[in-house]
Structures are given as structure tokens and as C-alpha cells.
Design a protein around this ligand. Structure first.
Ligand code: SF4
Length: 550
């Protein structure tokens, strides 16, 4: 029988990016199949298609029926996100370093969890097509392999990989591994999708479970994999959700054969996950919008749906004290300074004055005795200090060598460097205090000296958090990354290779992975520069507060 003809349909996908898409579809008994699409990009200076503007074309084969678990979950969050992911992936936001690090730690946890059922056979991703992965899985099942990692299954275009598939005495058991330390609602959907696909392939499933890290587990000697992970049996809900999954898959497929869904931004843009298309979908939100408002109490999407988008249009009665300061500051370029409170804060400090900042990393699988999953482990600190007001500014620092337990060396150096009489300033001191408390619990020999440092700590963030010193350019924020460039523009994180704590954490992990001495030195230098700027910045902020407080 001859194949039905392939239809050509033209859509204008986005007036912002000036991208047209040609869809090549074919009608079959099952509905409309997508056979390919072709982007036609136009120069951005023209809004609309103009002859001669074609700058690039790109054709990619697509199969509308293919829906992986990730795509299904994306579609549950927002159909438009799924559509864009399938047809306009070039509109995705850039993947941040923090997100990339999260993916990477997720992979590590998945591999570690395989030890729950050791001796299994892994179905690799690389070098195998989807159908090859499915075939190889079937081969292992037929061979009698009892545990398969990354087992692959497909049913009518719905495709999933199972982190751990284990043959128990009553049938096959699904284990979906997550690197988080708690259950989340979206995990029920993950497991339900897998259960649906596997059941429909005819595999007898006796159990479907979610495996996540146990944040109460404390390492003592070798990691005990049975205690590191918590297994939650979700079989009952997975069974109950079978028809829901089936209906939703149908809806998603139908949606994918049509036009881009007309879905406006909403609460779902970052729930349960931050959507990859935020920059694209939120492009119409102007500067100084209701979404720039900090703090709680105002339902921004309620306002948005009422057509209130700009900050200037928020009814004043809805704003709390701090939000009122932010809105007045933004609209009238007005600072909010309470000199007396700034002076009171400065008078609460004393000499010698020490400025402290830690950098930490958070291994999901505890590396050192006495630590829990994701516990912050300090690997670096910077300390600026002066013995008397207007005296010489000194600097000391510590950066651990890679691949060692940095805690003892760091603690010993720190307690020896901070005199018992010193006032210790930190920016957002709850973080530094928590690290110090942990150091005290690990090394009781330094306990009283650490307690003394904690007692003598003051929080430089306080005048900014309380809005005693608020410059309108801060736009409601009070982190050091906002306050420093606003008060001391000559000190900026902009040109730095490492410019925030997340990047510092990734850099230390890279230090532990590289064997190239030059690369190691480059990362060391970047880390030292970054941490030192944090404490030097605090010194300059205090100087500016003295000027502003009068
Ligand atoms: S940004 Fe929001 S509206 Fe746009 S695709 Fe993502 S979830 Fe949907």
C-alpha cells in the first residue's frame, strides 16, 4: 500500500525570534504523525517575514509519539514546555553551572545506589539507539539476569529507563533513584509512568519504589548503603495512577500534533522544576514588574491575571513595610537611610575586628566520618582583620588541598588566627555560625574557642536586611552580591572567573578531579581571589556604612 502523502504546514512560532517552522506531517489511522520540521530563521531586526531575510535553515526528524519519562513530566508541568522542548529546543535557557552540578551529583547518587542490589548488568546509553537499549534489556531478562541497571523499555512511544530493575520472589521490582533527601509529589508521577510502561510491555511488576537519600544518616567508617538510602514503596499509588498516565499521554500526543499551546506564564513556571523556557516565555514582562517585588504576602500571579504587571500599579495597601521601601525606591529612585540605626549597628562592633567568610562543598554521599548527605563541608576561608580602627588591614586565608578531609587543618588554623577578644563579622552570619557549630561538634578540643567566636559574631547583613541602609539600586535585595557593587562599585564580581558560592563549590570539585598542575593552580588562584573579595568587600561596606551613618 502506498504511504499517505506528507503534508507541509507553515507556522510562525515566534515573533520575538523571527523563527518560522515548517511541519512535515502525515495522516495515519493513529492520527497525525510528525515527520520532520524545518526552522527558517529571519534576521531579528525585522518583525515578520521579509524576502531576502533568510539566514539559516535547519531540519530535524521528529517522532511525535516518542515521550520519555522526562518529557512526560515536563508535559505534566506545562504542555507548552513539552511542545517547545520538542520543536523549539533552541529557545531553551542556558544551563547554569549550579544546574549542571546538580545533574552531575544526581548521576553519582544513581550509580552509588546500585550497590543496594550489587552485581547487576548495566544497559549503556552511549553507543546504543533506544531500540538497541530495549533489545539488550530483553536479552538480559531472557538470560535470567536478576538485576539490571538502566533497563530500557518502550510502549507505544512511551520510553523509560529504570535506575534499578530487580527480580524479587514475587516479580520484577522497579527502583527509581533520586538524589534528594525527601519525597516530593512529582516523584509519584515518575514512578507511575515507569510502572505504566513496564506493565504494558507485559513484564510482571510486583513493586515500584522510590529511593532517596536519608539526611539523618551519619557516616561512621564505610558508607552503609542500606542506611544511606530510604526506600519508599509507591506500588499502590502507581497502580492507582495507571489510567491517569494513559490519559495524560494521549493528551500530550494530541497537543503535539497541533499548534503551540496558548499557555501564559503561571505558578507552574518554576514548580515542580524551573522551566527551561523562562527567558522566552517571560520576555514580555517589563523591568520593575510585580515579579521583582521581594518578600511574601503579595500573590503576584493573582495580580498578573488582573492585568497588574508593573510595580507602580500594585495597590499600596498590599505592601508591607519593606516592600513599600522597595517600591518607593524603584519608582522614585529614593534611598531609605536610618542613620541612627546604622550608627547603633556600628557601635555594636568592637576592635580587633575580623571579617570571616567560608566556602563549602556539599557531597550528596558523605565523604568524611561524622557528616551527613549534603552537609556543608568548609574547604576555604578568608579572614581580613584590623587590630584597631583605622589601623593596618591584614589578610589571612586557607584553601584545602584537593581530595583530603579539610576540616581539622582548617579548624586549627582558624581558631589560632582569631583572638578570643575579637569581634567577628560575617555577611549572613547564620551560615558561618552553622559551619562553626559543625566544626565544634567534630573537634571538641576546640569547642570552647569556637563557642567564643560564635558569641562574638555580628551580622553585617543586618542593616541591609532591616532596610536601615537601602539604596534604590538594590531593588529589594540585600545579599552581598547586590550590596557590594551598589555601595562600592569599584569592587565587583563581574570580571571574576568565580563569582558566587555555587561556582566556588564546583571549582573545588574540579580541583579534586583534575591532575593537571597548571589547571589546579588556575583554579586555586581563582578561588583565593573570590573568597578574598568577599571579606575585603565586607571591610569596604563597613567603611561606607561609617560614611553613610555620619
Ligand atoms: S516558562 Fe512557564 S509558560 Fe513557558 S513553557 Fe515554561 S512553564 Fe510553560
Amino acid at each position: 500500500m502506498p504511504h499517505p502523502p506528507i503534508q507541509r504546514k507553515e507556522y510562525n512560532r515566534s515573533s520575538i525570534w523571527n523563527v518560522d517552522m515548517l511541519l512535515f506531517t502525515k495522516s495515519t489511522k493513529m492520527g497525525v504523525e510528525l515527520h520532520g520540521y524545518k526552522y527558517v530563521y529571519y534576521s531579528r531586526k525585522h518583525h515578520g517575514k521579509q524576502k531576502g531575510d533568510l539566514v539559516m535553515t535547519d531540519t530535524i526528524k521528529r517522532d511525535v509519539s516518542y515521550l520519555s519519562k522526562t518529557l512526560f513530566i515536563k508535559g505534566l508541568q506545562c504542555h507548552k514546555a513539552l511542545f517547545l522542548h520538542k520543536y523549539n529546543p533552541e529557545l531553551k535557557d542556558e544551563v547554569s553551572d549550579a544546574k549542571e552540578a546538580l545533574f552531575s551529583s544526581g548521576r553519582d547518587v544513581g550509580v552509588f545506589a546500585q550497590q543496594l542490589f550489587p552485581g547487576g548488568v548495566e544497559i549503556p546509553y552511549e553507543g546504543l539507539s533506544l531500540s538497541d537499549q530495549i533489545k539488550q534489556t530483553q536479552t538480559e531478562i531472557k538470560k535470567g539476569t536478576a538485576t539490571i541497571y538502566e533497563a530500557a523499555f518502550g510502549y507505544k512511544g512511551a520510553f523509560c529507563k529504570i535506575d534499578i530493575l530487580h527480580k524479587g520472589k514475587d516479580g520484577w521490582e522497579i527502583y527509581e533513584v533520586k538524589s534528594s533527601t525527601a519525597m516530593k509529589d512529582v516523584y509519584y508521577d515518575d514512578v507511575a509512568f515507569q510502572y505504566y510502561v513496564l506493565r504494558n510491555t507485559g513484564l510482571p511488576i510486583s513493586k515500584a519504589s522510590l529511593v532517596h537519600l536519608n539526611n539523618e544518616y551519619v557516616k561512621d567508617g564505610n558508607v552503609e548503603v542500606d542506611r544511606l538510602f530510604i526506600i519508599q514503596d509507591l506500588t499502590k499509588t502507581a497502580k492507582e495512577q495507571e489510567s491517569v498516565v494513559s490519559e495524560e499521554l494521549q493528551k500530550q500526543r494530541e497537543m503535539l500534533t497541533g499548534d503551540l499551546p496558548d499557555i501564559d506564564i503561571g505558578e507552574y513556571c518554576n514548580n515542580p522544576y524551573d522551566c527551561d523556557f523562562a527567558e522566552h516565555c517571560w520576555a514580555h514582562i517589563p523591568e520593575n514588574s510585580i515579579f521583582d517585588l521581594r518578600g511574601k504576602g503579595v500573590n503576584k500571579f493573582d495580580l498578573y491575571r488582573q492585568g497588574i504587571i508593573r510595580m507602580k500599579d500594585i495597590p499600596k495597601y498590599m505592601l508591607n513595610f519593606k516592600q513599600g521601601i522597595q517600591v518607593a525606591g524603584t519608582l522614585k529612585k529614593k534611598d531609605h537611610i536610618i542613620k541612627k540605626n546604622i550608627r547603633d549597628f556600628l557601635e555594636s562592633l568592637w576592635q580587633p575586628l575580623y571579617f570571616l567568610d567560608f566556602e563549602t562543598f556539599m557531597p550528596p554521599i558523605p565523604l568524611f566520618n561524622g557528616t551527613r548527605p549534603y552537609q556543608q563541608i568548609p574547604f576555604q576561608y578568608s579572614l581580613h582583620y584590623m587590630e584597631q580602627e583605622g589601623g593596618e588591614l591584614n589578610h589571612s586565608e586557607f584553601l584545602a588541598s584537593p581530595n583530603c578531609d579539610p576540616r581539622h587543618e582548617l579548624t586549627e588554623k582558624l581558631v589560632n588566627e582569631i583572638p578570643g577578644s575579637a569581634c567577628v563579622l560575617a555577611y549572613n552570619m547564620s551560615f558561618e555560625r552553622r559551619i562553626l557549630e559543625d566544626l565544634g561538634s567534630w573537634f571538641s578540643q576546640y569547642g570552647s574557642r569556637i563557642e567564643n567566636i560564635i558569641d562574638n559574631m555580628r551580622d553585617l547583613m543586618a542593616p541591609f536586611r532591616n532596610k536601615d541602609c537601602y539604596l534604590w539600586q538594590m531593588n529589594g535585595a540585600y545579599s552581598i552580591k547586590t550590596v557590594l557593587p551598589t555601595l562600592v562599585p569599584e569592587l565587583s564580581y563581574d570580571e571574576m572567573e568565580i563569582s558566587d558560592g555555587g561556582m566556588a563549590m564546583n571549582a573545588y570539585t574540579m580541583m579534586c578531579e583534575t591532575e593537571d598542575p597548571k589547571e589546579l593552580e588556575r583554579i586555586r588562584k581563582a578561588l583565593l581571589e573570590y573568597c578574598s573579595l568577599d571579606t575585603l568587600g565586607m571591610v569596604r561596606i563597613v567603611e561606607r556604612l561609617r560614611e553613610i551613618g555620619g
